[in-house]
Ligand binder design. Sequence first.
Ligand code: C2G
Length: 142
Amino acid sequence: MQSKKRVITYGTFDMFHVGHLNLLNRLAEFGDELIVAVSTDEFNALKGKKTLIPYEQRVEIVRHIKCVSEVIAEESWEQKIEDIQKYDIDIFAMGNDWEGKFDFLTPHCEVLYLPRTEDISTTELKIALNEFLQEHGAGFGV
Ligand code: C2G
């Protein structure tokens, strides 16, 4: 019996948006199961990345995305090889803003980088929200 093909990806997934969704849906096409490692708040601090949404809520959203089989914590840069072995991963994949950065994983599994979704990012969302609030006030028209 052919064993399940398992894909893994890592990310912060702050202010979950369609760029994240597109990536996860496309990754799910590459295998039978998709595992998503969500960066903890502590690891994001290490990455120098400030998040708006706390880890528990980011996990809760990703866990409920239809194509996601399992969510694990991303706590360090060093855990990927161990994760690939522990979860019997066939494909490691990221958006291509990470192109080449994880090629050291190729002895352990296939490594893919997919094109990012254009014109959307957590940073752009924050800028757009800021402009919206300046124009409409924090009262959202109330
Ligand atoms: N992404 C995308 N298109 C966008 C925005 C993001 O395809 N418009 C992808 C990124 O390329 C990444 C994933 O969505 O593969 C998650 O993006 P982030 O939450 O920004 O993740 P990041 O902070 O890059 O953390 O160990 C790896 C790191 O944890 C990745």
